[in-house]
Ligand binder design. Structure first.
Ligand SMILES: Nc1ncnc2c1ncn2[C@@H]1O[C@H](COP(=O)(O)OP(=O)(O)OP(=O)(O)O)[C@@H](O)[C@H]1O
Ligand SMILES: [Mg+2]
Length: 160
C-alpha cells in the first residue's frame, strides 16, 4: 500500500551518492518537516540519514537507534530526531513511545521503517523508498502526498 504514486525515481550508484542526496535534502529542511523512509535491511536508509545530518551541519556521529526508538542530535542548524521503527509493531505502540513529541516538535523527524507507523504519521510527509538493485546501486522512489512534502521533493531532491 503506497500513499501516492512516486513523483520521481532517483538512482544512486554509491554510498557517497546516497549520502550526498541526504545532505542536499538536509540543507533545505525546516522545523517540523517529517521524512519517512522505507526499504529492506541494508537498502541505504541509515546512510541517507547520515547525509541528512551532514546537510544540517550536525557534528555528532549518527548511528541507527537500534535498541531505542529515537536518537536526538542538537549540534546542527535544527534538531534532528532519528527514529527507527523496525522493532515497533504498530502505530499505537509508537504513539505510546511519544512519537508525536518528535513529529510536532521543533526539529526535523526522519523515520526508518516508517511504514510500520504509517497510521501515526501526518498525511503531508515526504516518503522515500529505497530499493536494492545490485551491490552498489539503489533506486530511490520519491512520494510527496502534500504541499510541504512537494516543496521538500522539489527543493531537496529534484535533479539540477
Ligand atoms: N548506493 C548505495 N547507497 C547506500 N548504501 C549502499 C549503496 N551501495 C552499497 N551500499 C551498502 O548498503 C548498506 C546500507 O546500509 P544502511 O545501514 O544504510 O541500510 P538501512 O536501510 O539503514 O538498513 P537497516 O534496515 O538494517 O537499518 C551499507 O553496507 C552500504 O555500504
Ligand atoms: Mg538503518
Amino acid at each position: 500500500m503506497t500513499p501516492s504514486a512516486p513523483v520521481s525515481e532517483i538512482t544512486s550508484t554509491s554510498v557517497e551518492q546516497t549520502r550526498a542526496l541526504g545532505a542536499r535534502l538536509g540543507s533545505v529542511v525546516r522545523a517540523g518537516d517529517v521524512i519517512a523512509l522505507q526499504g529492506d535491511l541494508g537498502a541505504g536508509k541509515t546512510n541517507f540519514v547520515q547525509g541528512l545530518a551532514r546537510g544540517l551541519q550536525i557534528t555528532e556521529d549518527v548511528n541507527s537507534p537500534t535498541f531505542i526508538l529515537a536518537n536526538e542530535y542538537h549540534s546542527g542548524r535544527l534538531p534532528l530526531y532519528h527514529i527507527d521503527a523496525y522493532r515497533v509493531s504498530d502505530a499505537a505502540e509508537a504513539e505510546g513511545f511519544g512519537l508525536d513529541d518528535y513529529l510536532f516538535g521543533d526539529g526535523v523527524t526522519v523515520i526508518e521503517w516508517a511504514e510500520r507507523v504509517r497510521d501515526a504519521l501526518p498525511q503531508d510527509v515526504l516518503w522515500l523508498e529505497f530499493e536494492y538493485r545490485d551491490e552498489t546501486t539503489r533506486a530511490l522512489y520519491v512520494r510527496a502526498p502534500g504541499a510541504n512534502a512537494g516543496r521538500l521533493a522539489k527543493e531537496g531532491l529534484a535533479r539540477v
